[in-house]
Write a protein of this length. Sequence first.
Length: 383
Amino acid sequence: PAFWTAGAPTCTDDGDPCWDFPLDVQSSPDAALRIGIDHVVVGDVFTVELIDPDGEVAGEFSPGVGLYSQEVLLDDPAPGRWRAHVVARDVTDARFRMRATVQAEPASPRRRTLLAPNLQALPPHDISFLLPLTNGSTDGAPEGVLLPGGRASCHPEETVEERAVRCLRMAFGVSNIGQGQMSLFLGPGAQGADRTLIQRLSYSDGTTTDRAAGKAVFHQTHGHYHHSDAIELSLLAVTDPVRGGLRPAAPPHRKGFAHRDELLRDWRRFYPAVTKDGFGLRPGWGDYYEWDRPGNYADFGINGDGRYVLRLTADPVSGIVETDDRDNTSYTLIEVTGTNVRLLESGRGSDPWDRCKVVLPFGAEPDLPQGVRQPNRPPGCTS
């Protein structure tokens, strides 16, 4: 495999900055060239051209304005020196990274095994008291304004339907690090009515089985169905910063997702490449809901300044069959001062005092914050 991190541009393309990454491909029967790009800010547009050894464009792809990552497979690539030509067409942050590998056809399994997903919560980030001017119904970067006191930071439906008082808004998500995809379908029923959520389980011999996995609810604003109760968000006040004393600062809040493959979070691992089946998440992919979407909040209410933990749990109702549900929880530690919110730490685990925690980058950032190191995990940590 090859991995690149973009430095200074090496060229210009119609006035836009561009980069060229060489890739030596060796001959391999029944193989595919698998290449992907990942960038930091949703709404930025990068395009990738794949130039073959003869100098011809063999393919082109882009994450577009609504995705952080994109990946393609090119069957039977010609051996020789390839080149990935990347152009930043319309960007606010030119940081990105590339990866590539030549992938052989997987060997046939010796026995039938379940290829299940494994869900993890992507910690809250991009946290504020901004009033959203967008609502996530279109691709592109969210927009918002800060009003005095941050009290008008809720969507009207959040105030009317959920009686939210003061919305602490945030982005968060769910990823799948399993060997199988989370493949979801709608059960029978009338359009707009609640339906049974169906999970299709895949096996190594190519067979599938369907099972009920909870409820699918029609989202009036977005005009499509959501996997109901896909996440649960808790706001906890820090009462003892040394020992990790916490108390609930708001009722737990659940939200549905219309999952789609938006970003490759586990960047240095190539998960099985599978054909999308239904809506859900393929192996290795994650889905971020940006902060402007309805339901992306914790009701801060009349809580005061201080430190808080935002705890996010994927599939809190245990509706999805997965390989390990012990790694479904993540957290972000924040400090609130008036309308200012400072992110202090994000990780996988229940909170910063979890002895088995894994510290994670903020949002779509590729690396941990400067100066932050991964703590040693004691024996017995299993997820």
